[in-house]
Design a protein around this ligand. Structure first.
Ligand code: ATP
Length: 421
């Protein structure tokens, strides 16, 4: 098979690594890829949000399957364009991608599906929103409706903080994404990520994970894209997992199908779990980053079979071969991230690193200059280890981190604390 994967992050490096191990994969092209990905696949420059350009490229290169990594091409309708052109694609169409692209849409679907989630109200008018916040009190959660790269959510501890957040959003700080605002009840509990594949009919769970959003040890400091993750998440017991499937995922998928916009791809189900009862925090229409790195490490080559079955509507015929193992990813980021940071510092210790099915360094923001790896983004590497226990996976991952010579980088030292400490 000739396979094209869209994206350039650590998530896509992990997807490429898993797909590449499957003997079915003949040729693997990544668009645009990154310096780490270039070591295992061909990288092509392509505007991945332009469905026509992606379809043309797939056609010209006899691509049998396109795997869409990030949400932006999905929200731009790239999967629809490919399907219309008769090209097999893994990822939902524009209408189903609204499960991530519009928080108000997701809430409407939850209402119709009876899926447990935070109580909410939805506003396009600042005065009405302010009145609602004053009536509800704090803590309360203010969300820009559209995609805001994880920055459009304010957990307000006081009413004043909530009112300021509303002023910011209606004042245009989030552009079009903030023209509509969802105000939610603050949910207490423990958060976990649940990943399922859907082919429009069948739902197949492929794993659970927990990530670490804050930049500092002990979950302190500002939010980031994610500083580390591990899989599985102990809070996702078989009972919680079954409840999430029965009460949240299956009814949502059924509602999407009923509307004539069946969901096809991976669904990232963000959950808040309290007293054994899961409630939906959010859906994402793609793998999480860095959760994907830990998941791919556990699933390995079978990922391609699962993705292909999803794209071809054959999920009912396949199953996941589970190993009783654990994986943990530590993200190395550029000093200063998530604020401003320098690009271009040299990263040593990557050449000659022994990578195998138990230890991998997935690249996110790296480039090559004069034969050396340099940092070219905020989150730069995802150091990932797999082992029989989570504590061993953590030990190995940090041992790998310590072999990397990058004075301008940093990482959290407590990834996995919720499960281990
Ligand atoms: P991302 O895609 O980066 O996860 P997002 O912009 O899609 O972010 P959400 O996932 O909806 O936003 O919210 C971000 C985070 O805020 C959640 O992971 C959760 O920790 C917290 N959060 C969101 N909604 C609530 C809520 N109602 N109660 C408590 N915490 C919440």
């Amino acid at each position: 098979m000739n396979i094209l994967i869209l994206g350039s992050g650590g998530r896509e490096h992990a997807l490429a690594w898993a797909v590449k191990q499957n003997p079915k994969c003949d040729r693997l092209i990544m668009a645009p890829g990154n310096a780490g990905i270039a070591g295992i696949a061909e990288c092509a420059s392509l505007n991945i949000e332009d469905g026509g350009a992606v379809a043309g490229f797939a056609d010209a290169n006899a691509i049998d399957l396109v795997i869409v990594g990030p949400e932006a091409p999905l929200a731009a309708g790239v999967a629809d364009r490919l399907r219309d052109a008769g090209i097999s694609v893994f990822g939902p169409g524009l209408e189903a991608a609204k499960l991530e692209a519009s928080k108000a849409f997701t809430k409407t679907i939850c209402d119709a599906a009876g899926a447990p989630t935070a109580a909410y109200a939805h506003f396009t008018d600042r005065a009405a929103a302010r009145a609602y916040v004053k009536a509800q009190g704090a803590p309360i959660v203010i969300k820009a409706d559209g995609l805001a790269a994880g920055k459009g959510v304010i957990i307000a501890q006081t009413v004043d903080e909530a009112l300021n957040a509303l002023d910011d959003m209606f004042g245009g700080s989030f552009g079009a994404a903030g023209a509509e605002v969802v105000i939610e009840e603050f949910m207490e509990g423990e958060e976990a990520s649940f990943f399922v594949l859907c082919d429009g009919e069948t739902v197949l769970p492929i794993g659970t994970a927990q990530d670490h959003k804050r930049v500092g040890d002990g979950d302190t400091g500002p939010n980031t894209g994610g500083m580390g993750a591990y899989s599985p998440a102990p809070v996702m017991t078989p009972e919680v997992t079954q409840a999430a499937l029965d009460q949240i995922v299956q009814p949502t998928m059924a509602e999407m199908t009923r509307r004539g916009t069946p969901y096809q791809g991976v669904l990232f189900v963000g959950l808040m779990i309290k007293d054994g009862a899961p409630r939906l925090v959010e859906y994402n229409v793609r793998f999480g980053d860095p959760e994907c790195q830990a998941l791919m490490m556990r699933l390995g080559a079978q990922v391609l079979d699962l993705i292909q079955a999803t794209a071809e509507g054959r999920l009912g015929e396949v199953q996941v071969n589970w190993a009783d193992d654990h994986a943990l990813t530590v993200v190395l980021a550029a000093r200063g991230y998530p604020g401003s940071y320098e690009k271009g510092s040299v990263i040593g210790g990557l050449e000659g690193f022994k990578e195998d099915s138990k230890q991998m360094i997935f690249h996110a923001g790296t480039a090559r200059r004069d034969g050396r790896y340099i940092a070219s983004g905020g989150r730069v590497l995802g150091v990932t280890a797999r082992a029989a226990s989570l504590s061993e996976a953590r030990e190995r991952a940090y041992a790998m981190v310590d072999q990397i010579d990058w004075p301008d980088g940093f990482c959290r030292r407590d990834i996995g604390w919720r499960a281990l400490d």
